[in-house]
Design a protein around this ligand. Structure first.
Ligand SMILES: Nc1ncnc2c1ncn2[C@@H]1O[C@H](COP(=O)(O)OP(=O)(O)OP(=O)(O)O)[C@@H](O)[C@H]1O
Length: 265
């Protein structure tokens, strides 16, 4: 894949209109409109069961919408299979970038790079070309802070660093839009901070759509948030604005109110 010279196709790289998903009569997502602006971090948030995962799966084509349309980089992808949209540059972390536990950290990124180069990899077979491949892989490791871990077996990485490696292998696939599904899930405080910083760094030159429960993380990294409740969009805008929307405050009443307040500090 080579997305180094994408054609300019408007401000929004991803657009969904009237996205609806029904499961056996139960409507999980209703009439969702969403626009992800190029060069921004866009977060999809909402209380438990709001429809975030369903929405994410719809946008990455893992789930087919009952109604609605999805446009990626100017092209209608509504009926396209997930592998095809991934090749077009809409790449979900962990989608086609599985981490191989018995390979080294560097080898894992190299495999992703070779996958991304596809048939053109034949041209990389000469030793000097393999060196260049290693250099490129090291550059991705550098971006996610894993240079010192390059020769370690992936299985031996601490949990938070594994997530960093998953992100590095995804970056090696040269995504036009990087999709992250709860990247800090199950992490302790220290790892959350590390992964937050890492996402901020990779987002400097990329567009990111993220589903994330941790509001402190969202408040730090998101340019725009879309808040879902019962499958519908109840607010959208910059975090500081949308998170203070009375509908959003009400939606988060109870267990998560605290985290929303903490994130305002
Ligand atoms: N395959 C399915 N079949 C039936 N109902 C489903 C299916 N997937 C999701 N749902 C329902 O759709 C609603 C939205 O679920 P979804 O997982 O998208 O929400 P969420 O916001 O990601 O929740 P959480 O924060 O708890 O992960 C829920 O009521 C869920 O039970």
């Amino acid at each position: 894949m080579n997305h180094s010279q994408p054609p300019a196709r408007g401000d929004f790289i991803l657009e969904a209109h009237g996205l609806t998903k029904e499961f056996l009569g139960f409507v999980a997502v209703t009439q969702v409109d969403l626009k992800v602006r190029r060069g921004t971090v866009h977060a999809l948030i909402g209380p438990n069961g709001a429809g975030k995962s369903t929405c994410f799966n719809l946008l990455t084509k893992f789930v087919q919408p009952t109604r609605g349309t999805i446009t990626f980089d100017g092209e209608d992808i509504t009926r396209m299979p997930p592998a095809q949209v991934a090749r077009k540059g809409l790449v979900r972390s962990f989608q086609i970038s599985a981490v191989f536990p018995h390979l080294s950290v560097l080898e894992n990124v190299r495999v992703a790079l070779q996958q991304s180069l596809g048939s053109s990899f034949q041209f990389w077979r000469r030793v000097s070309s393999l060196d260049r491949l290693n250099d490129r892989a090291m550059a991705f490791l550098d971006e996610v802070g894993l240079v010192d871990f390059a020769s370690l077996q992936a299985a031996e990485l601490p949990y938070g660093r594994k997530r960093a490696l998953e992100i590095a292998t995804t970056l090696a696939l040269d995504p036009k839009l990087l999709l992250l599904d709860e990247p800090t899930q199950g992490m302790g405080h220290e790892d959350v901070g590390m992964v937050t910083t890492l996402i901020q760094r990779v987002a400097r030159s990329r567009t990111v759509l993220i589903v994330e429960h941790n509001m402190a993380v969202v408040s730090k990294i998101a340019d725009t948030i879309t808040v879902l409740q019962r499958g519908q969009v109840i607010a959208e805008g910059p975090y500081a604005e949308a998170s203070r929307n009375p509908l959003v405050v009400e939606a988060y009443m109870g267990s998560e109110t605290e985290s929303l307040e903490v994130a305002h500090v």
